[in-house]
Design a binder for this molecule. Structure first.
Ligand code: ADP
Length: 519
């Protein structure tokens, strides 16, 4: 880092020192190396392009899908005396025209634009005609079809950018990227340099809550967190409407947001939440992209979302100010059926559906693992930077007692084998229980030797155990609408008695929800 950049940090932005990854990213950009920066939400990605943009000649173009954030970014730069503007569909054509003329007159150091802008040849001609310092892609994961928020308009920018010979350097920034997405971004934008600080958020505590009545859990949670701001995500609009009605009837003031509301209603609702007039927002995943509210103390998922990418992004809207915050997922087995239904009725082709089922399985595993939840998420993203357990998620805190369930696990695994590895979780639980279900008889599964071998347990408990074995990779599952259970190498080791199986159990008072049988 040169003295100049440090000076900009202190004099313009008033910060003492750089956060992890900022200095390296800035250095790369100043050396005109195309760079991808992966940093957690709230990690300070904006400064990574703002400081080089200030110290280099020319105008910086920042491409962002978050129209609602552009104004805030530009206002923040104005308050620091830096000439900046944004051009997007929220402006009238006349306003857009005026701003473009000012861009052409080289009046700005920073210009924020939505990806669609690159479809206009007029815009392309304007930026072709002026000296540029850099082009930044915010939320760069949107460029990748492997990302959970793929935007075709982002992808189609690439050929248009090739027409511009006056771009000295690209920088791409994101907070959520799997290995696949990272590689995709690097290939598409010809980026050789990667700064990956990981995206662990130390201030977030993850919790899984099971076996509770969701609505009453939320009511008592809100009682205890009256003055705190939080978001409750539901899986469908219907759920959002129902929960909103229920809480409103009980006199709790809550805002609501989903794509079924009019634009006006959504705007009002969002504004009431952002300005702390309503502390709680009940919303579908339509809410959030571009919401920069720093004091969100909790994010509750009323139902399990479709994949870990969306979960981490939505949950990550808590605690942007760095203060301790909670991310709570209320799980019930029906959530799995709902998500499968949503995948099935989507317009995706079969290959994409298969990919979604694979991601859904990882989400289901998250809800059933007994390992540290934070580590589980970071592992999912191959984020190997810090592997220490977090000591603050519900698995680290609540499940302190260990029980040896090797024998039960062996019974489950041998049942899977005897059923010919052709059935899924539900049917296997029925056979272990010794259920009189018609289907069990139809498939003659009441004749296998393991029929009823664990009849002392409920089907619900057995289902949980099977999910646990899958989550801990002691049992494999095929992807698809009706995933069948298969033995893997570890299953064989368990069956041979070479690998013991331990399960964390909740301490006594918390076991009232009977999630796990304690042996
Ligand atoms: P991101 O885009 O990565 O989510 P932002 O760029 O919005 O994060 O930055 C989050 C907050 O951190 C902002 O308020 C920003 O001003 C502040 N910030 C950024 N860099 C630093 C730094 N080096 N020291 C202190 N605060 C910083």
């Amino acid at each position: 880092m040169t003295v100049k950049e440090e000076k900009i940090l202190q004099t313009y932005f008033g910060y003492e020192s750089f956060r992890p990854g900022q200095q390296e990213t800035i250095d790369h950009i100043l050396n005109l190396n195309n760079t991808l920066a992966v940093m957690p939400t709230g990690g300070g990605k904006s400064l990574c392009y703002q400081i080089p943009g200030l110290s280099m000649d020319g105008t910086a173009i920042i491409i962002s899908p978050l129209i609602s954030l552009m104004k805030d970014q530009v206002d923040a730069l104005h308050s620091l005396g830096i000439p900046a503007t944004y051009i997007n569909s929220s402006l009238t054509p006349a306003e857009q025209q005026t701003r473009l003329q000012d861009v052409a007159a080289k009046r700005y150091k920073f210009v924020y634009v939505a990806p669609e802008r690159f479809e206009s040849s007029y815009f392309i001609n304007v930026i072709k005609s002026i000296p540029l310092s850099l082009v930044a892609f915010d939320e760069a994961h949107c460029i990748s079809q492997w990302g959970h928020d793929f935007r075709p308009s982002y992808r189609s920018i690439v050929p248009n950018l090739k027409k511009l010979s006056n771009i000295p350097v690209f920088v791409a920034l994101t907070a959520t990227a799997t290995e696949e997405v990272i590689t995709d971004i690097q290939n598409l934008l010809h980026i050789d340099h990667l700064i990956n600080t990981g995206f662990k958020r130390e201030n977030l505590s993850f919790h899984i809550v099971k076996g509770k009545d969701k609505a009453s859990y939320i009511r008592s949670f809100l009682e205890e967190h009256r003055d705190e701001s939080g978001i409750i995500y539901t899986a469908t609009r219907k759920q959002a409407d129902a929960l909103h009605d229920q809480l409103s009837k009980r006199g709790v003031t809550v805002a609501k947001y989903h794509a079924g509301l009019s634009e006006n209603e959504r705007k009002e609702s969002q504004s009431a939440f952002i300005h702390d007039e309503k502390a709680v927002m009940i919303a579908t995943n339509a809410f959030g992209m571009g919401i920069d509210k720093s004091n969100v103390r909790y994010v509750i998922h009323y139902a399990m979302p479709m994949n870990i990418e969306s979960y981490y992004q939505e949950a990550g809207r808590a605690g942007r100010d760095g203060e301790p915050s909670d991310c709570i997922l209320l799980f019930s087995p029906q959530d799995i059926q709902l998500q499968k239904f949503l995948i099935e009725q989507s317009l995706m082709d079969d290959a994409s559906k298969q990919g979604e089922y694979r991601k859904l399985q990882a989400m289901i595993n998250y809800c059933h693992t007994h390992s540290c939840l934070t580590t589980f998420i970071l592992d999912y993203f191959n984020n190997t930077i810090s592997k220490d357990i977090c000591k603050q998620c519900s698995n680290c805190v609540e499940r302190q007692e260990k029980a040896d369930i090797t024998e039960e696990a062996q019974m489950i695994l041998s049942c899977v084998k005897r059923m010919g590895e052709r059935f899924g979780v539900g049917m296997t639980a029925k056979v272990l229980k010794g259920s009189k279900d018609k289907k069990v008889k139809e498939f003659r599964l009441d004749r296998v030797s393991t029929y009823g071998i664990l009849s002392a347990y409920t089907e619900k408990e057995l289902t949980e155990w099977i999910h646990f074995l899958i989550a801990e990779q002691l049992l494999a599952t095929e992807e698809g609408k009706f995933p069948t259970l298969k033995l893997n190498q570890k299953s064989i080791e368990v069956l041979k008695g070479k690998l013991p199986v331990w399960m964390y159990t909740a301490p006594m008072p918390a076991s009232e929800d009977a999630d796990y049988h304690e042996s």
